[in-house]
Write a protein that binds this ligand. Structure first.
Ligand code: FNR
Length: 183
């Protein structure tokens, strides 16, 4: 018997992303709890920018592939930076593509949100926007989330969080997601 299937997504495409480090910690905890986690690197599918003319000719293969991966998942785990106080374009573009044509792929999927920034806000301005968008496509976003400020000082060279209390917050969020998916 396998554990709940989770699609994990990082909103940053760059190598060395702090959000990818945060996501990796969350994924490790989810796997330790028995979840089957598929990690999407948004750089890898090579998604085009959403264009209704392209959609009218049939969904591009990278979009189909991402849709299939989301279709197999029961829940979502997202770690994303904040760009200009909102959702990075690459992540929003991926959500827009997967929501087309309206297909219910996000519907009733429990989702955990996290984010980290080098500055003091830890994606506090982005996350309400992401919550709104995810709700619009039918996902169920957990009421708690993780905001990690001062990302450049937060991680050890091995990629762990220096502050044990913050690590517990990440683990608690992931545990809440996994227990929702098991119930
Ligand atoms: C940023 N950054 C940023 N940070 C922040 O706290 N609030 C913001 O509104 C923005 N806006 C913003 C816009 C754009 C276009 C970029 C490229 C960056 C800085 C951002 O938090 C920083 O680059 C993070 O390190 C990005 O996350 P990753 O890539 O480390 O995961």
């Amino acid at each position: 018997m396998t554990g709940p299937r989770i699609l994990a997504v990082c909103g940053s495409l760059r190598t060395g992303s702090f959000n990818r480090k945060l996501l990796d910690l969350a994924v490790a905890h989810a796997r330790a709890l028995g979840a089957d986690v598929d990690v999407v690197d948004l750089k890898e599918p090579g998604l085009p920018v959403y264009d209704g003319d392209v959609e009218a000719q049939g969904l591009p293969a990278p979009v189909q592939a991402l849709r299939e991966r989301l279709g197999k998942a029961q829940g979502l785990l997202i770690a994303s930076p904040e760009y200009n106080s909102s959702i990075p374009g690459g992540l929003k573009n991926a959500i827009d593509w997967v929501s087309r044509p309206p297909s219910g792929l996000f519907k009733d999927k429990w989702t955990a949100m996290m984010g980290t920034t080098p500055g003091p806000f830890g994606t506090a301005r982005m996350q309400p926007h992401l919550r709104q968008v995810l709700s619009a496509v039918g996902a169920l976003v957990l009421p708690t989330q993780v905001h990690l400020a001062r990302a450049a000082e937060a991680f050890t060279p091995e990629g762990k969080l220096k502050d044990e209390a913050r690590m517990k917050e990440v683990d608690a969020l992931v545990s809440a997601l996994v227990s929702r998916l098991k119930s």
